[in-house]
Design a protein around this ligand. Sequence first.
Ligand code: GDP
Length: 197
Amino acid sequence: MSTPLRLNFVQSATRADQLPESLAEVAFVGRSNVGKSALINALANRKQLARVSNTPGRTQLINLFEIEGSRDDLGTLVDLPGYGFAKASKSIKRDWPEMIEGYILERDNLAMVFVLVDGAIGPTNLDTQMLDWLRYNGVPHTVVATKLDKVKSSKRATRKKELAAGCQLDIGDIVWASSAKGDGIDQLRSLVRVWVG
Ligand code: GDP
């Protein structure tokens, strides 16, 4: 097991211009309920850093965490609001794309956007729209398929092929993870360290 990321919560915001500047930054984005909070908690090996499930309050904001290094701060990790939250108010639904897209386009030092796709479900329309938008704007991104443990071992090879095809990517481009079982967590920690290092 690799060393957990040391994440300190810094600030929540509704717009990128409310956030402090950062040297290097990675962001996590995905449909609400995709497992983003659980994944960020797993990366940090903490239980309650990002909230898991049914706590829409903080997950509707841009949350910034600094990543502590052994000597200096390495950079920042940003937890973007989950899209497609069914119970969200109309105003929140209207503001979401602007919040996420504004943040992504405005952050100068954003090195990588990790796009989470539910591995048990596959890419939804909202996921493919997000990927198309990132491609159109030339934003560096990596797809992370979550909840690997929910896919039966006998179905994994097929599911990996289908999910990659659904995202218009090769199988090897996708990082598969399970916050519940720990798969892929080491790899993701390394990737985050590479991008903020
Ligand atoms: P978020 O809305 O994207 O932050 O999603 P959460 O992290 O709150 O997770 C949504 C639901 O999926 C919760 O019930 C989690 O317990 C569950 N979940 C998250 N990650 C995993 C995983 O790796 N495996 C399984 N089986 N369930 C998961």
